[in-house]
Design a protein around this ligand. Structure first.
Ligand code: NAD
Length: 283
């Protein structure tokens, strides 16, 4: 079974749009998402446009702030502080990656944790690790929703997560652990990747290596979640970390690339923005 992230994302966004319509009447304004783009990298600009489109579709207002690639770290932090202090802004996101002279962690830490819709701020990461309320990172949250939608049992299963970034691998491993899976995290130093992946009932791959996971690396009936977004070196088309044609016949369920995890990341970003707004309005 192929799990369509597109369809589930549509459902999530329709649900948000319904809530926005009634909150607008109750609180007098819609949620407002602010997205900062530093420089003009075409891929980043594309992601920012998609986020803006999704915000419009659910009835949010949104502002795209374009800043030059040579902006200093200080200037960028000052701009973020202005947005932190602006009561009409509910969510702030700085599109990654940033130019090399800007330290990512300094920028993430400058965002008000209550407006950190990406869930990357140390306070929100801390909340995840301590299992207390906070903003959860969008991609890991989307992955759990996809597994639930597909009816995949998580408790008691062996989940293998490949990749240990703070954005995907690490937090998704924690969310799976919190759902009572037994979790193994593999990474670039893992010696025999296939030996580990073949044990997985749930396999989440977030490495950024086109089609690295082959059919013989996957257990029959496994749930396979492909987070990677790369270009196939042969065809130039967008592809994932999983060799879809080889793995799909063996997998119980699998997400495609594109149209799997990607749309869910954006849907969960909208959900996080709505949560930031409602928390503020209901305070
Ligand atoms: P990252 O580069 O920060 O982390 C990659 C991880 O993969 C590292 O932990 C590394 O140890 C591991 N790795 C690399 N090569 C490996 C190998 N050969 N074997 C085992 N492990 C290996 O990347 P990231 O930010 O976590 O993103 C991973 C991929 O997911 C990228 O393709 C990225 O574009 C994509 N991504 C997609 C979404 C989405 O919404 N679909 C969101 C975030 C990231």
């Amino acid at each position: 079974m192929i799990i369509s992230g597109k369809e589930l994302a549509k459902e999530v966004k329709e649900n948000i749009a319904r809530k926005v319509a009634s909150y607008k009447i109750e609180y007098g304004r819609e949620p407002n998402l602010c997205v900062i783009l530093v420089g003009d990298d075409p891929a980043s600009a594309g992601y920012v446009r998609s986020k803006g489109k999704a915000a419009e579709a659910v009835g949010f207002s949104h502002t795209e702030i374009n800043l030059p690639a040579d902006i200093t770290e200080h200037q960028l932090i000052d701009r973020i502080k202005e947005l932190n202090d602006d009561d009409s802004v509910d969510g702030i996101l700085v599109q990654l990656p940033l130019p090399k002279h800007i330290r990512k962690h300094r920028i993430i830490e400058a965002i008000d944790p209550n407006k950190d819709v990406d869930g990357f701020h140390a306070k929100n990461v801390d909340a995840l690790w301590h299992r207390i309320p906070g903003i959860r990172a969008c991609t890991p949250k989307g992955i759990i929703k996809l597994l639930d939608k597909a009816g995949v049992e998580i408790a008691g299963k062996h989940a293998v997560v490949i990749g240990r970034s703070n954005i995907v691998g690490f937090p998704v491993a924690k969310l799976l652990l919190d759902r009572n899976a037994t979790v193994t995290i593999a990474h670039s130093h893992t010696e025999d990747l296939g030996q580990i992946t073949r044990q997985a009932d749930i396999l989440v791959v977030a490495i950024g290596q086109p089609k690295l996971i082959k059919g013989d690396m996957v257990k029959e009936g496994a749930a396979v979640i492909d987070v990677g977004i790369s270009r196939d070196p042969e065809t130039g088309k967008i592809c994932g970390d999983v060799d879809f044609d080889e793995v799909e016949p063996k997998a119980g369920v699998i997400t495609p690339v594109p149209g799997g995890v990607g749309p869910m990341t954006i849907a969960c970003l909208m959900e996080n923005t709505l949560d930031c707004y409602t928390r503020k309005m209901q305070w």
